[in-house]
Design a protein around this ligand. Structure first.
Ligand SMILES: [Zn+2]
Ligand SMILES: [Zn+2]
Length: 274
């Protein structure tokens, strides 16, 4: 097998200014499955990066260019261990992840070819009417990059967080919410005073929400959705796609509960007259 020939991209990362010291960093040349958001929040005493991209190109220089004071402390928080969120975590000095996903971040699996995606998740994507290309990038991040040689970098957590772990930026105060289901160690960051939630892959706007990975759990995901729909959210900054408010979050939670819970399934069967 020879490496596929792909064009060299001009800029691997795309930056969007989201206001109030928040930036959204994305990778437009990866397939939608891997096109995650890395959120940079500038703080008074400390800056915060929520998720770190795929690790196919260095994200640290991009982050440093966006920071007003690049020497200030910076926490890189991975919402979970998947490559599209924790792939660049190794580049940072201060690496936070939930304790239940720390081992997976230290021994990451490659997500670059369709065959790297588990069969159950491929099926979920097909069922949602989407398809996956054989190679999950459409351009090369650097001239030297060889998809066949790529191995994700292990990231060793410097801080293993739990439910309730505090994260202060001086002027912003977040706490960790353990939101298992997508993975056992999926976690979000919640600021109660502003109703701001960084949700990772627990909830985002598009389909499918993925509960089919080797460390997914549908019962845990159902509990997470029941919890999230009670949260007095003003804005959700998700792991994929655009930010949204409480109404859409409740829709997403209710849709998941209706699809995956026993009572939801029974209601569907009754409606279908079976
Ligand atoms: Zn994920
Ligand atoms: Zn993701």
């Amino acid at each position: 097998m020879t490496s596929p020939s792909l064009p060299l991209c001009e800029a691997w990362f795309e930056i969007e200014v989201a206001g109030n010291g928040l930036f959204r960093i994305t990778e437009p040349h990866v397939d939608a499955l891997l096109r995650a958001n890395a959120w940079l929040q500038i703080g008074k005493d400390r800056d915060l990066l929520v998720d770190t991209g795929n690790g196919l190109a260095a994200v640290l220089p991009v982050v440093q260019r966006l920071r007003r004071e690049p020497t200030k402390p910076l926490v890189a928080f991975a919402t979970h261990s998947h490559q599209d969120h924790a792939g660049g975590l190794y580049e940072f000095d201060d690496r936070w992840i939930h304790a239940a996903d720390a081992a997976a971040a230290a021994a990451p699996g490659r997500l670059l070819f369709r065959d790297d995606v588990g069969a159950a998740t491929r099926q979920l994507i097909t069922d949602a009417g989407l398809s996956l290309p054989e190679l999950l990038i459409e351009a090369l991040p650097t001239r030297e990059f060889d998809p066949l040689e790529f191995l994700p970098h292990p990231a060793y957590a410097t801080r293993k967080v739990e439910e309730g772990s505090p994260l202060s930026l001086g002027d912003r105060t977040f706490e960790v919410l353990h939101l298992p289901g997508h993975t056992h160690g999926s976690a979000g960051l919640w600021e109660a005073s502003t109703g701001t939630l960084f949700s990772g892959d627990a909830v985002y706007a598009s389909d499918p929400l993925i509960d089919t990975t080797p460390t997914s759990s549908i019962p845990e995901y159902l509990e997470t959705m029941r919890r999230l729909r009670q949260l007095l959210v003003t804005v959700v900054h998700p792991g994929h796609d655009f930010s949204f408010g409480r109404e859409l979050m409740i829709d997403r939670c209710d849709g998941y509960i209706a699809r995956r819970s026993v009572s939801g399934r029974n209601a569907r069967l009754a409606a279908a007259g079976q």
